[in-house]
Ligand binder design. Sequence first.
Ligand code: HEM
Length: 419
Amino acid sequence: MVTRDASALDPRRIRELFDLRSEVYAARGGAFEGDIYPEFHRLRETGPVHPGIVGPLVGFHGDAFFPGLPYPELPHFSVFDYATCQAVLRDTETFASAPAIPGFENERSETVLLFMDGARHRRYRALVQPSFVPKQAGWWIDRWISSTVHMLIDTFEAAGRADLNVEFCAAIPLLTICGSFGVGAADALRIKAAATSDGRSPDAFVDIVMPIVAARRRDPQDDLISVLAQAEITDEDGERHTLTDEEILGFAFLLLTAGSGSTWKQMGITLLTLLTHPTWLEAVRADRALLRPAIDEAIRWTPTDPMFSRFARVDTTLREVAIPAGSVVHLCFGAANRDPARWERPDEFDPTRPAGPHLGFGGGPHICLGMHVARAEIHTAVSALLDRLPGLRLDSHAETPRVIGMYERGPSAVPVVWR
Ligand code: HEM
């Protein structure tokens, strides 16, 4: 039985690992504090396709945007409108998920779903997809999410105040995805540290995950790691085999990192958005049916992951800009999500606007595998806070919180009181 006791989480270590202004995130533009949206509008209106990388184009000259994926030798382009971003995401003949020219092969495209393409991507994604469909949301809520949410509220309820960013939003997705891998709270922070460092120092990760894989191969349980340990895949040559240790580790690493980081920041953004729009907070409190559209509107309005990239396989053009084969094409989902050609009053947070696809979870074949789990986590968490802490509001004595970060965006803090 894994320990999911919140007291096993060292609050000081959580604060270190989940602070966008810390050294680790600073290298990815975590400390960027400017208002990014006027620049996004300018770039869309004067482009929408520009040579260059999103950060420098908006005036941020910090370090690499993704560890291991900067490719300074290749030409870079950035796209700022909705229609072109969607077209690139869907055109997998022209745009690959990993560098598509000789000499720049990405070894992770063999084992990590995010960098696979075509039939291989479809086969590997199909292995885990059944655990992530909307009707499985209840499985996640009942097995991991709900108990974690209430356990955390128990730890701070009596205090009358909390920084929800660290004490709540950071822990829920981490404990949820770790729980589904049979990893207890004590090891969850070691997993987070291994994942945050740069994705290439997986020793602690392997030490924690591989013994669980071995145990689940012998004795499967009702959890996600058992799905991976038992999964069989058919190769290009028609042979069926269970996943190798390397394949399982590739999956596990992606799920544990994607499953904890983005949801932490997006949950914080959702809470901060509601807390700074008290009319909407009250509307959601009074009518919980509004919570689901409010969550999606927050993801449209301020997505935590404002950019992902693709790689041109051949010479092509995008909105009359020539894109040579081998180019890196950055899709600025943050700007696309406020494209006035698609949304009326795009800068307004309005949960009652007509629902429709946005790019907060990406699009095309790589659309976020975990989006229904993420929505279930945010929904369960916000709903429980509203039920259990009726006077919940921003702490007016704390430093004014704001959304910061360039390539990974999230709140500086979510300081609240409820007495
Ligand atoms: C609100 C929280 C989340 C946001 C905003 C988010 C965002 C995204 C985005 C934008 C992509 C597309 C990347 C691309 O096109 O290159 C993606 C892919 C992915 N996400 Fe999420 N994500 C979230 C939560 C989760 C969770 C909870 C999980 C797992 C439990 C997860 C697992 C994945 C995986 C495995 C992929 C790769 C899918 C593929 O390559 O086919 N994500 N996510």
